[in-house]
Design a protein around this ligand. Structure first.
Ligand SMILES: NC(=O)c1ccc[n+]([C@@H]2O[C@H](COP(=O)([O-])OP(=O)(O)OC[C@H]3O[C@@H](n4cnc5c(N)ncnc54)[C@H](OP(=O)(O)O)[C@@H]3O)[C@@H](O)[C@H]2O)c1
Length: 311
């Protein structure tokens, strides 16, 4: 199957930037509708990238946007707020309808590891519902679904945020420290998405995208503390205090933690390895994290100079 032009929804975010980059490098034209074009100037500098300002939640707009493309990739997702059903269930429904209206068969959909309708958090439950809809559309469309664990890399809101907090505050209160994750590098995720586009073996498949190793949240925070030179004391919170902390943080204009996030952490974010893409060889966290977390420390800067000087 030849894929020359892709409609990328949710392409203005963290993972989207890497997917746009990969598509552009492979000479695949990409349309990335966005709500705020001014925030995405770096993406539009790349060859073959168009970024129209559009409301993709309007079915008519979505169908018009879809026309003339060979495939749709849906990366739209939210971690906070009340609009989970709108973003994770209603939008996939509209995307399936827009594909049918525009005569597009190929749909790649981003879900999340451990998404399922009965999951304890609204995020995972709505992702599970959306995933089930897309899977059911596999009767008429060539669908591939990806379920990543937490994604790390330059520009992430995960390890980078820990690094920032560990450096800027004397204490780092941490709830759910025993929650388990299998972090996966954003570039590996983007490659999997772009590699599958024309590969008929991936049609109708659902893949977990997980990294090499499993870590507890506490291990990740300690690792970032060591890499970033952060001095904050990490203080373990009981579950009830963690919910109080998350409840307060969710009131911020741009929250980065909510009680719903904690409910997600009740489920191990770990893959059993039975549903990974063919030839899946993810990068080690320890090979990548120092390249963007340790950069700002004196040792990190020195390592950077050495690296660039080839020593
Ligand atoms: N990052 C992770 O660790 C991780 C792990 C598992 C699964 N995922 C999934 O991977 C996907 C991409 O994640 P990400 O980290 O790149 O997220 P992100 O940086 O927050 O980007 C999300 C994208 O979705 C768009 N979006 C959100 N709500 C929308 C709405 N109501 N209407 C239109 N567009 C909307 C955003 O557009 P604007 O720029 O206009 O806001 C942005 O382009 C999501 O589906 C996420 O659930 C991510």
């Amino acid at each position: 199957m030849d894929i020359n032009k892709v409609l990328l929804l949710g392409g203005s975010g963290f993972i989207g930037a890497y997917v746009v980059n990969r598509l552009s490098q492979r000479g695949i034209e990409v349309t990335v509708p966005t709500r705020r074009r001014e925030r995405t100037k770096a993406l539009i500098m790349q060859p073959g990238v168009e970024m129209p300002e559009a409301d993709i939640n309007c079915p008519k707009t979505l169908s018009e946007l879809a026309r003339g493309h060979d495939a749709v990739i849906n990366l739209v997702g939210i971690l906070h707020g009340r609009d989970f059903a709108k973003a994770h269930v209603e939008l996939p429904k509209k995307i399936i309808a827009a594909c049918a209206a525009a005569g597009i068969r190929r749909l790649v959909h981003m879900s999340a590891l451990k998404a399922e309708a009965k999951a304890p958090s609204a995020y995972l439950a709505s992702k599970g519902e959306g995933e089930a809809l897309v899977r059911a559309a596999g009767e008429t469309l060539d669908v591939t679904i990806f379920r990543p664990s937490v994604v790390f890399g330059l520009g992430d809101a995960f390890l980078s945020r820990f690094a920032c907090l560990l450096k800027s505050s004397p204490i780092f209160p941490l709830g759910f420290g025993q929650a388990r994750f299998q972090p996966v590098w954003v570039a590996d995720v983007a490659d999997a998405i772009v590699d599958c586009l024309g590969d008929a073996a991936t049609f109708g498949q659902t893949y977990d995208l997980a990294g090499l190793k499993v870590y507890t949240l506490r291990q990740l925070v300690d690792y970032v503390r060591q890499l970033s030179g952060g001095t904050a004391r990490v203080i373990a919170l009981s579950d009830s205090l963690a919910y109080v902390q998350a409840g307060l943080m969710s009131l911020a204009p741009k929250p980065w933690l909510s009680p719903d996030n904690l409910r997600s952490m009740k489920v191990d974010n770990v893959s059993d390895g039975s549903r990974q893409p063919a030839n899946w060889r993810p990068a080690a966290l320890e090979a990548i994290a120092p390249t963007y977390i340790a950069r700002q420390t004196p040792k990190g800067k020195l390592d950077g100079f050495r690296f660039r000087a080839g020593r």
